[in-house]
Every structure is written in C-alpha cells, then in structure tokens.
Design a protein around this ligand. Sequence first.
Ligand code: 5GP
Length: 142
Amino acid sequence: MSIDYDDQNIFAKILRGEAPAHKVYEDDDTLAFLDIMPRAPGHTLVVPKTPARNILDATPDQLLAVMKTVQKVARAVMKAFGAEGVLIQQFNEEAAGQVVFHLHFHVLPRKAGEPLAPPRSDIEDDAVLAENAAKIAAAIER
Ligand code: 5GP
C-alpha cells in the first residue's frame, strides 16, 4: 500500500485556489465544501488544509480539527435541510472506495425513505450547489 501524497489531487487544487468549490465553512485548519456529485442535497466534504492522503497517514491534530468541523457541518445540514439524520462516510485507499487522495469526510443529510444517489453519479447544477452552500453556511454555529 502506498501512502504517498500527490499534491495534484483535486482537493489540493481547491485548497490552493486553483479549482473552484462551493465553500460552506473554513477555519485555520479545515475547509468544508459541497460535493459536485451529491448523493443527497447538501452533501458536504470536510478536509484538512494540510496534506494527508487518508486516515492512515493523518496526524491526531489533523483528525481533531477535521472532526470538529464535521460536527459543525453535521449540525448545520440538519438545520438547513430539515434532515432527520446525518450520515458521515470516509474511505481509505482504492480498495475501500477512495477516489480522491486527500483526507475527506462526507457529511450527508438524511431523511427516512429517501434513497441516496449512487456515488459519483451526476454533476449538480452550479446554481443549485450555490444555493445549498449558502443555506448551510447560514446555518453554521460560529
Ligand atoms: P471518495 O474519494 O471518498 O470516494 O469520494 C470523492 C468525492 O469527491 C466523490 O463524492 C466525488 O463526487 C467528489 N468529487 C470529485 N471531484 C470533485 C470536484 O472536482 N469537486 C468537488 N467539490 N467534489 C468532487
């Protein structure tokens, strides 16, 4: 298993401002932005600002910072989407479903009986993503 960090991954480009993203929250150590192929409206990704491939090479400080932001975003998506629950997902290495090799946690608002879209299905309209990002940003407790 390789634990090399490739700084050309798309989330590294977003962090450097070289690729666009619909941001919902950021602090000194973490960034939260919408997944462009959401499995549910409000599907958000939380990443550390410093390099980590996944949970296997992340430092305790990176995990602590990211989980604090995951909780903030989880609470915000519950409010913003009137959700009944929230699913947190995180994949490590290709065999476990990881596609982008910068540590990230998925935050998915859930409602009973509403199926999740399959992973990486359709790219959402930019206007919808912008509206959903604004809703979540407004619901974040500072
Ligand atoms: P994972 O590596 O955990 O399987 O998932 C990577 C996630 O990144 C997928 O849910 C996919 O939809 C999302 N994704 C892939 N490319 C981009 C992108 O360019 N921008 C954003 N915001 N999300 C992306």
